[in-house]
Design a protein around this ligand. Structure first.
Ligand code: CU
Length: 169
């Protein structure tokens, strides 16, 4: 009995980090883990990453987004040209084909939050409305995660409260 209980508790512990993930579903569209990075003061631009799935039978296109934290949001793609990394707007929007998932992630597709009205702070949740062609607009929250990446999510509350103390100085 005791053994079973501890195995059960261990399983819960291992599953716990998933509780920090967040996803949104609406009609045929699922948006998983929308996140961003903190920006240094004075930086006019921030990023938005997420994974968008389309379980419908027709294509859906992400054509834009709005947020109260930025004057404009663009859809960009980062790519390598002759060894130089550069980013350019995705013309006509980002298509999520029927049945497919498209990842917005570092060194690939991303949202560019331009004309920020203030630095993006670690721990902040940024309201973001995604505008789709072929699906209804969708509200999600971008979680501003630490610069050292997703690994730190494992540390959960401890980490974020420590960081909040720090930003008070
Ligand atoms: Cu960009």
């Amino acid at each position: 009995m005791k053994y079973c209980l501890s195995v059960f508790l261990l399983a819960l512990t291992l599953v716990a980090p998933a509780a920090f993930a967040h996803e949104y579903s609406q009609d045929q569209v699922k948006v998983d883990h929308p996140w961003s990075r903190p920006t240094p003061p004075g930086t006019p631009m921030g990023v938005g990453y997420m994974s968008i799935s389309n379980s419908g039978s027709s294509d859906v296109t992400l054509v834009g987004a709005t947020t109260p934290r930025a004057g404009h949001v663009s859809i960009h793609e980062t790519s390598m040209h002759d060894g130089v990394m550069r980013m350019q707007p995705v013309k006509g929007g980002l298509t999520i084909p029927a049945g497919a998932t498209v990842d917005l992630k570092p060194h690939s597709f991303h949202l560019m939050l331009e004309k920020l009205n203030g630095p993006l702070q670690e721990g902040e949740k940024i309201p973001l409305t995604l505008n789709f062609k072929g699906a209804n607009d969708m509200d999600v929250m971008l979680a501003v995660e630490p610069l050292d990446g997703g690994m730190m999510k494992e540390h959960g509350m401890n980490h974020s409260s420590k960081e909040m103390d720090h930003s008070g100085h």
